[in-house]
Ligand binder design. Sequence first.
Ligand code: TRH
Length: 404
Amino acid sequence: MNLALSPPRSLALFCKVVDNFGDIGICWRLARQLHQEHGIAVTLWVDDLTSFRRLCPAVQTDVDVQQVAGVTVQHWRDQDGVFATCDVAELVIEFFGCELPPGYVAAMAQCVPRPVWLNLEGLSAEAWVEGCHTLPSPHPRLPITKHFFFPGFTAQTGGLLHEAGLQQQRLQFQSDPEISRHFLATLGVTPMEMAALKVSLFCYPHAPLAALFESWQQHGAAITCLVPEGVAVDAVEAFLGERAMPGAVRTRGSLTVRVLPFVAQPDYDKLLWACDLNVVRGEDSFVRAQWAGRAFVWHIYPQDENLHHVKLRAFLQRYAPASTSLIAASLRWNDAAHEDAHIAQDWPVLWQRLFADLPAIARAATDWQQEMQLHGDLATNLLKFAVAVRSAAEENKVQSAVAR
Ligand code: TRH
């Protein structure tokens, strides 16, 4: 068998948790998928086991090396360490430009053949991504090249993370209201709260939550807002008038706010599937909301000089299900509507319009999912690219030998 033409059998995925849960959320999802669906021996190097445990309760925080769902989880403590070539995986991924331990890179450079080295970047709908996807970046001193790999929304990018059975699981869940009711009941949601319009809320603390809660109180029809523990704590506590612990609940006007436990990652999907509208943030929950087939409003991760507004607009332009009401609410929610005089409506009107459009947005979301799936899933695309890099390296070796 020509190894250069077969997918790598081992992977080392390096993840530094910059903040919150997205870094480890994405890496854990990718690690699991590459192991479970592609049979790869995966080692996930992660520096923050406490954050990891929030979304995967099986993780132990005081262990250096552990097996979780078939993946080797290695606590990444520092940049030190001397590594041998036998320590190096066939595929090495650094997430979001996190710097690999220098000793590991030195060992990579000594391997024959060299491992495939990828930098997995953040998700953006901006056009420049297509031009940068798969670009090589030779190491300044060592004979090894890293390639950039970008997730994205077009065929010229790496696509989106998407597990093989995901749509089937979701459709099964959504086709039987009893499954959803049972799931919500395990989180403490009452039948009366379930009967209302259900919204899950996952946003950053700077979101204009007071204005949102105020509008929803005046909505007329009942709204249940389900907030996992730890999300926008100050604003949630101001509404509740008590500590935002799981089980805390308060109704004012049309709006009931209930605090849920922060659930394990697979259950977070179910929460999205069970709600009529999802407010999501960052990168991973944003992608999961797209696969949920329900309307969502994205609270984008803030960046200097409002660069995130450019990213938000780039996405809204691409996202076919985005109705005028969804665009208006998304821009206002992210404080990005200054240039758009026509959407300077008051909050209650904005939300009323969006609520009226929810069924149509959910219908259009199915077409969007199908379009995204045409690009393949990120894990499979990444492996295909790794094979292409390996075979190109092999080809170069043959060419050089012939030339000699
Ligand atoms: O938590 P986030 O804001 O994470 C990130 C990071 O800030 C990162 O540095 C930045 O680069 C990125 O955003 C853009 O949002 P995100 O990406 O949605 O990740 C949240 C993860 O937490 C996701 O995997 C879903 C998971 N989750 C649960 O497992 N259970 C829960 O109850 C909730 C609310 C989320």
